[in-house]
Write a new protein. Structure first.
Length: 534
């Protein structure tokens, strides 16, 4: 039969794929030219004049480039000597002097919404790194000062610290009327994991104090080439943000007091302006999983009818009959589970006999094709994120001991380093308010409450921790007499020694019973055999 309709469908699907790729490009407001940018509200007059000159010069010399030294600085005048890349002034990226991200941020954000494995892995990291809450702990210098003071001074200092902790928690929760601080951090860190970049907005009062902390979607932010701030475009409005703590003038908009940004990014050696999310190392697995999933959807959209080869011998269908059959296979077959196909065939001749066959290519069961392939793709995505399967609610034949070992590895290699980095970044905000406390995220707990209570009890009895330090770990208030180490009575000391000796004796017995060496013990007898004879 004629193959033109099939080729048409193939070309149409290829065009659809191309259109889907262009969807994310059209969402980027920075790709507009000067005619589309100059209508944005908020631009100052000096920027408009400068951009007009650059746009005209770019028309004459399209390859116009500009480069400059980096402006990142450190302490006492030390600064970076890195050369910033040049800028081509022909669209919003050049006119606002911002750097193009290495990957389309809208497409990366879309992966978070459309890939179940990527979504679950990101949520697991967010919930275990910033979603468990936070606390304010005394800094090491503060603890060192307390330990060197007298008992009465130490008690006063601890009371002062306790009041400061309460005050800091109340203060940080008032910095955003819409979200709690934990919710703000979860949005912020979701962006970090999904797109490789997270932006915290800091607004100041007229007196210069921090009065607002919020999250800005990373898809809308771009980094200035000189690293002197950030530009955001949403709709017909443009906003400029300074770096945190900077006081440089606003080169873009009319806002005399722009808000500040803390930019946190997942490091990549290929780009110093933007971060790269972990999913990029498994992007082929993510795409493969999406295609396999779409294949199954297409199969069931066709009412689970297998693909057919149509054979016609001895005659040729008319164009009308061919068109009806093609439409039936492409559209009508998908409408209902059972349909009847009527094809008018020409009559047999003396030399030719007309024969019409529809032979299925796939006779076997086609439920959930590529199931093993999708499992491997899921595992690849989880490996890229370094998230164990147990953390996303997946079940397999792994033992509890193996799951606990994976959780411990996740805590030590993923959660704790990320928390340390975030605590350092947020320390910039906390230090403007106090220097005796620092923000600490609550860590993933691998022990149950009974085991944790036994650990704290042993630490207190062995005078490693004071009662107040143990209560602090539990999130409880301080007691007046809790700064002194625990002193056991003679009876308690005797009982503790007896319990310790009894525990050691039982441990030794367990070791002997589990040993396979016949030189030290004969081991346990089988049930019902009684005591071993000596």
């Amino acid at each position: 039969m004629n193959q033109e309709p099939v080729e048409y469908i193939i070309r149409a699907k290829m065009d659809n794929f191309a259109e889907e790729e262009n969807v994310f490009k059209t969402q980027d407001p920075f790709i507009k030219n000067w005619d589309g940018i100059k209508s944005l509200t908020g631009l100052n007059s000096s920027f408009k004049r400068r951009a007009t000159r650059m746009a005209k010069y770019a028309e004459i010399t399209p390859a116009y480039l500009d480069s400059a030294m980096a402006t990142s600085s450190g302490v006492n005048g030390a600064r970076s000597k890195e050369i910033n890349p040049g800028t081509v002034y022909h669209n919003g990226y050049g006119l606002f002097d911002v750097i193009t991200p290495p990957w389309n941020l809208y497409e990366l954000a879309n992966y978070y919404d459309t890939s179940f494995a990527n979504h679950a892995a990101i949520d697991a990291k967010v919930e275990n790194i910033v979603g468990l809450g936070y606390d304010f702990q005394p800094t090491k210098s503060t603890m060192f000062a307390i330990e060197g003071s007298t008992d009465s001074a130490a008690e006063k200092a601890r009371k002062r610290i306790e009041r400061a902790r309460i005050s800091m928690r109340e203060w940080i929760e008032t910095l955003n009327d819409d979200d709690s601080f934990t919710n703000t951090m979860m949005k912020f860190y979701t962006d970090v994991q999904a797109t490789g970049n997270g932006y915290l907005e800091i607004g100041r009062t007229v007196t210069g104090e921090i009065g607002y902390v919020g999250h800005i979607p990373s898809t809308t932010m771009r980094v200035r080439r000189l690293k002197d701030g950030y530009v955001q475009i949403i709709g017909n409005k443009v906003v400029y943000f300074r770096n945190f703590g900077a006081a440089n003038p606003n080169p873009v908009s009319d806002d005399p007091r722009p808000n500040e940004i803390i930019h946190y990014k997942e490091y990549s050696p290929l780009n110093t302006y933007y971060g790269i999310p972990d999913i990029m190392s498994a992007i082929s697995s993510l795409h493969g999983d999406q295609l396999a999933s779409q294949y199954n959807i297409d199969y069931f959209s066709n009412k689970a009818v297998p693909r057919y080869v149509i054979t016609l011998k001895g005659a040729k269908l008319s164009e009308d009959a061919e068109d009806k059959m093609f439409r039936f296979l492409q559209t009508s077959l998908k409408g209902q589970s059972h349909r009847t196909l009527y094809i008018p065939l020409p009559a047999d001749s003396d030399t030719n006999k007309v024969e019409f066959k529809m032979e299925p290519i796939e006779n076997n069961v086609q439920e959930a094709s590529f199931d093993q392939y999708r499992i491997r793709n899921r595992d690849d995505i989880l490996v890229a994120h370094q998230v164990p399967l147990s953390k996303i609610g997946g079940g397999d034949a792994a033992s509890i001991a193996a799951a606990l070992a994976q959780d411990r590895t996740f805590k030590e290699q993923v959660a704790r380093p990320a928390q340390t980095n975030l605590e350092k970044v947020l320390g910039k905000i906390i230090k403007e308010k106090t220097d005796i406390l620092e923000l600490k995220f609550n860590e993933l707990t691998l022990t149950d409450e009974i085991a944790q209570s036994q650990i704290l009890e042993r630490y207190v009895k062995t005078q490693i921790l004071t009662p107040n330090e143990a209560r602090e770990k539990l999130g409880l208030g301080q007691r007046q007499d809790g700064d002194q180490v625990f002193q056991m009575t003679p009876r308690q000391a005797t009982d503790a020694r007896a319990n310790l000796a009894d525990n050691r004796q039982r441990d030794a017995q367990r070791t002997n019973n589990n040993s396979d060496s016949t030189s030290t013990t004969t081991g346990r007898n089988a049930q019902g055999e009684g005591r071993a004879s000596q």
